[in-house]
Design a protein around this ligand. Structure first.
Ligand code: NFS
Length: 650
């Protein structure tokens, strides 16, 4: 098995997390780092994907002695079904989030959610235009209702055409490819139902057919994410460059410290607003105010739009409580460790759940309802202030680690910056830099923390190596939080880590735009991987080729969640090489492994690449960028010489 094993429970390269882990060494607190060790050795059948629990004949484990499950399913069927079901889980998480945002936009448009408003009317018009809704003569609310209803149709209505948020955001070449491979979905809900049916006992035994079904579902994951990104921008504004800070040093001992954690910004946006409004209440309790800070993707959302600092990332979410200065966590959905509750028993910290589908026994629960969002948010802040009064100043110990951050790079913000160099065709600025060899290509660094890996080490090692080799690096999710904590989202990092070409490119952009730029561009939460793919689509369209030809790679050095599996799957189907730094449960079937790492390339142009060593992974990613750039240059030169079109085959 290739997964890296932790040597001890201090398996992190984040200096603040390490400081806390060293302090608590003998205190017996429950942490994910320790629980990972307690789980060793992890089951080899599960790790390689050959444990089948789909029906009650099982569990069945594939061994030399028993190479088939009770039903006769072999390793390749079992492994493919397991991966497909993970994609369904990821697609459901992202899409349910997107649906919630779309429903809220509809409530706002119809006047039922008075605490929200349409903040970005221009984005609303741009989205309407793209999905084929005319905005002429319509007020924002009328238009928003039409856009929200169309988005909701992408979830469940059988229209006989693929989801609009898919077909209007990808290249014609990709649509043609998906049509040929018969993986164009009808709608999001239907695809999840279909793949769960397809992988039910006694339905599909063909691993390739199951994987194609999984890719169809992964395209729905992309669709749901794009809906979430677009409509959240309409409600709360499209991010622009913003300055902030990251790591545990942002915790302020003189303030009420309130952590927003989870993924959906509908409540956290309100909590940030309520925290500002309730300064006097905090002062009455003896604090200087209420300080909000984020973990995981709800943290990314409020960083991107409000400049709220990042306090830590997924793996170390429990550790910040051990500073003794966190008064409350308000959580919504996804990536929230139930372990938070056990740690909170040792402190004054309140864990406040807010979603009807995401509760933790023993925690506080404030039922969020978009109709009363501000009142819910104020209840959250009141709970944090009440907890602050119980804080024991004697136990407060905050690592003094803090880094400067520049975030807020939506696709639109990126295009505004490029437009300062080329107003007529902004994306050409990046494409020219690639074709001239100043920049090697683009890398999307994404995904989670995984306790199997040393926290943040893979993220940081790969990004630094890529930047040194003149790769334009964009980031989302916990990868972006790793860079925030490491100081890579700052302009100072350019001098330290960028190669000469990248340095010159970034200088040209910041001189022309007047915007201070970082080494790594934070494009948002994990649903905002849609923004990163919009960048790929724009590059491909401008270059006159399909996405599999552009020098653009993806990497998730610490992929952990089912969401990461579904994102990786659409990244591959949409034509990009995708490195994953943790082995997924696939090794039990050499056939499925080969489909992911080799055959996918022949069909879709994108493919998976599993490698746990970040240095080897960086080398390979650079190779793929070089290869694609070289091929593109040769073909462009040949086409120019012969006066022909570029070859479009894949
Ligand atoms: Ni993405 Fe964001 Fe982090 Fe992984 Fe979880 S927070 S949605 S799943 S762990 S990056």
């Amino acid at each position: 098995m290739s997964a890296k094993k932790a040597k001890d429970f201090k398996n992190t390269s984040d200096p603040a997390a390490l400081e806390i882990l060293e302090q608590i060494e003998d205190k017996g607190y429950d942490t994910a780092f320790q629980r990972y060790l307690d789980q060793q050795p992890q089951c080899n059948y599960g790790s390689t994907g050959v444990c089948c629990r789909i029906c009650l004949n099982g569990p069945c484990r594939i061994t030399k002695k028993a190479p088939k499950g009770v039903c006769g399913a072999t390793a390749y069927t079992i492994v493919a079904r397991g991966i497909a079901r993970a994609v369904a889980g990821g697609c459901s998480a992202h899409s349910d989030h997107g649906r919630h945002v779309a429903e809220t936009l509809l409530e706002v448009a119809e006047g039922h959610a008075k605490d929200y408003k349409i903040t970005d009317s221009d984005k609303l018009k741009r989205v309407a235009d793209r999905v084929g809704i005319s905005y002429e003569g319509k007020d924002d609310n009328t238009l928003a209702a039409e856009v929200a209803k169309l988005a909701l149709e992408d979830f469940g209505t059988y229209k006989g055409v693929p989801p609009v948020w898919l077909s209007t955001t990808i290249t014609e070449g990709r649509m043609k490819k998906f049509n040929e491979c018969n993986i164009l979905p009808a709608n999001i809900n239907g695809s999840v139902v279909e793949i769960l049916h397809q992988t039910h006992i006694g339905v599909d035994a063909d691993p390739v057919n199951i994987i194609f079904g999984a890719l169809k579902t992964a395209l729905c994951d992309y669709t749901g994410m794009h809906i979430a990104t677009d409509l959240t921008d309409v409600l709360f504004g499209t991010p622009k460059p913003v300055k902030s800070e990251a790591n545990m040093g942002v915790i302020d001992p003189e303030m009420v410290n309130l952590v927003v954690h989870g993924h959906n910004p509908l409540l956290s946006e309100m909590v940030v607003k309520a925290a500002k409004e309730m300064k006097a209440d905090a002062e009455a309790a003896g604090a200087k105010g209420v300080k909000c800070m984020g973990i995981c993707c709800t943290g990314n959302e409020v960083l991107m739009r409000q400049g709220v600092p990042i306090v830590t990332s997924y793996a170390s979410q429990e550790l910040i409580m051990m500073t003794g200065a966190i008064d409350a966590y308000v959580v919504d959905v996804q990536c929230i460790m139930p372990g938070l509750r056990a740690v909170s028993e040792c402190f004054h910290t309140r864990i406040i759940t807010t979603s009807s589908i995401s509760k933790i026994p023993g925690s506080y629960h404030i039922a969020y309802n978009e109709k009363y969002a501000m009142e819910n948010a104020k209840d959250v802040v009141r709970t944090a202030i009440a907890a602050y009064k119980e804080r024991k100043p004697g136990v407060v110990n905050i690592p003094k680690v803090v880094k400067d951050v520049i975030a807020g790079f939506s696709f639109e913000a990126m295009m505004d910056i490029f437009a300062s160099v080329n107003k007529e065709n902004p994306i050409r600025v990046l494409n020219d830099a690639i074709m001239e060899g100043q920049v090697k290509g683009v890398a999307l660094m994404a995904g989670c923390n995984n306790l199997k890996a040393k926290q943040d080490d893979g993220h940081n090692t790969i990004a630094k190596e890529l930047a040194k080799n003149n790769v334009f690096v964009v980031a989302t999710g916990c990868a972006a939080q790793s860079y925030a904590k490491e100081g890579l989202l700052s302009s100072a990092a350019i001098d330290e880590y960028a190669g000469d070409g990248l340095k010159a490119f970034l200088k040209k952009l910041s001189d022309a735009s007047g915007v201070e730029l970082p080494l790594v561009f934070h494009m948002g939460s994990c649903v905002d991987n849609s923004r990163c793919y919009d960048l790929a689509t724009a590059m491909a369209n401008d270059m006159g080729v399909d996405v599999p030809r552009i020098p653009y790679v993806g990497s998730a050095p610490e992929a952990m969640s089912e969401k990461a599996v579904s994102i990786g799957s659409w990244v591959v189907a949409l034509g990009l090489p995708c490195h994953v730094g943790v082995w997924p449960p696939i090794e039990g079937s050499p056939l499925v492994n080969d489909v992911a790492q080799l055959i996918a390339h022949d069909v879709y142009g994108g493919f998976f690449y599993f490698e746990t060593d970040p240095n080897i992974a960086a080398e390979k990613l650079l190779y793929h960028l070089d290869y694609r750039a070289w091929k593109l240059k040769v073909q462009k030169a040949t086409a120019e010489k012969l006066g022909t079109d570029l070859i479009h085959l894949w």
